[in-house]
Design a protein around this ligand. Structure first.
Ligand code: PMP
Ligand code: GLN
Length: 385
């Protein structure tokens, strides 16, 4: 088809197709085992399918309320209260969203004005910066330490200016798997106290923390909570990434501004799944069992890598494991990732794509939300390299 004669002025001229789509397409083309994009290759709980079917049969097939089905908002508020001791009013402080992605996009759009600065910790999940730029904001990168991915809080503080409007954190962190400690959150709280910076706390992997670690949600800290959008993903928690369902929680004044955008960008999300999720969430074992479930997968995968040349530290959270090839190759992580797909039929994500200036520390990210059979096959390939 011919393009129109209108002037085509993309609002994101420097943004290419996401690494997940590019690598996923290459993996399919070469019939590779896919440990790249973060999604499980095992079945979701049939109980949740049954509850959704039941909701559809009962006739919940028209628009849900704009903020989400009230029963689900109440269940979310109860869960946050039980886990983190913070009360959010389900009427005014919780919104059900199209995944964590839309919660983050909408929160950025509601508050970032042209010229505002938004601090982003790098490596960063790839949906933050395009949303900032689209709104005329300026992403200000703060690089994490490349060995343990700890935040240099003094460095972060030094990046705050009169124009800093927002800060985005992500714990547990994609791609490194690092989980913020209580001390991290307290330091962050102290730094933000004298400012009016809004915080987005991307907690998509809130239930995936290992080795007895605690997920220190921003909701736990009074001053942080008063300025934060806590954004979360049912996709990651309940093995349903394709349902694109999430939520955010924030104080009423912040949520009121959020809803002004949400009502016109989305209005409301799929109704029957909200009815089902409201019931499904009542059983806390369904999310409290996740650390043990995924830790077993992490340990199984790493236990299989006994003959591989990669070095690694067991991931603290998320369902991603980084493997380091710096000891045996100087090639770029993109080149190694491509060679792994084309020559060895195994797909992963090169970390440079999440870094400022494509900084390359020779790290590859593997998703271990897979069956043991798949993990075994992937490890066998990695051991042969
Ligand atoms: N944040 C992070 C850190 C992620 O890895 C993802 C991918 N799941 C998202 C947000 C988006 O989550 P969702 O699929 O619920 O939109
Ligand atoms: N969150 C997923 C990951 O990091 C990707 C989701 C997407 O493809 N946008 O793998």
């Amino acid at each position: 088809m011919e393009t129109s004669k209108h002037e085509l002025r993309s609002k994101l001229p420097n943004v290419a197709t996401t690494i997940f789509t590019r690598i996923g397409n290459l993996a399919r083309e070469h019939n590779a085992l896919d440990l790249s994009q973060g999604f499980p290759n095992f079945e979701m709980d049939p109980e949740l399918i049954a509850l959704t079917t039941e909701a559809m049969k009962k006739g919940f097939n028209q628009y849900a309320p704009m903020q989400g089905y009230f029963g689900l908002r109440t269940a979310i508020a109860d869960k946050i209260q039980r886990l983190h001791g913070r009360t959010y009013d389900p009427d005014t402080e919780i919104t059900v969203t199209v995944g964590a992605t839309q919660a983050i996009f909408t929160a950025i759009t509601a508050f970032v004005h042209p010229g505002d600065e938004v601090i982003v910790l790098k490596p960063a999940y790839d949906c933050y910066e395009p949303a900032i730029v689209l709104n005329g904001g300026i992403p200000i990168p703060v690089q994490l330490n490349n060995t343990d991915f700890k935040v240099d809080w003094a460095l972060l503080k030094s990046k705050i200016t009169a124009k800093t409007r927002m800060l985005i954190i992500n714990t547990p962190h994609n791609p490194s798997g690092r989980v913020f400690s209580e001390n991290d959150m307290l330091q962050l709280q102290e730094i933000l106290k004298p400012t009016n910076i809004i915080l987005i706390s991307d907690e998509a992997y809130e239930h995936l923390v290992f080795d007895e670690r605690v997920h220190w949600s921003a909701a736990r800290f009074t001053d942080l909570a008063s300025r934060t959008f806590v954004c979360a993903s049912f996709g990651k928690t309940f093995h349903i990434t394709g349902w694109k369902m999430g939520y955010c929680a924030a104080p009423k004044a912040l949520m009121t501004a959020f809803l002004k955008i949400h009502q016109f960008a989305v209005f409301s999300i799929h109704h029957p799944v909200q009815r089902a999720m409201a019931v499904y969430l009542q059983n806390a074992d369904r999310y409290l069992g996740l650390p043990a479930f995924y830790q077993q997968k992490r340990d199984f995968f790493l236990g299989q890598l006994d003959r591989s040349k990669f070095t690694f530290t067991p991931t603290e959270g998320t369902y991603f494991q980084l493997l380091d090839f710096s000891e045996w190759s100087n090639d770029s992580d993109e080149a190694i990732a491509e060679r792994l797909i084309v020559a060895h039929k195994l797909a992963c994500i090169p970390i440079s794509s999440f870094n400022e200036g494509r900084l390359d520390h020779r790290l590859l990210r593997f998703c271990f939300a897979k069956t043991e059979e798949t993990l075994e096959q992937a490890a066998a390939i990695l051991n042969r390299l």
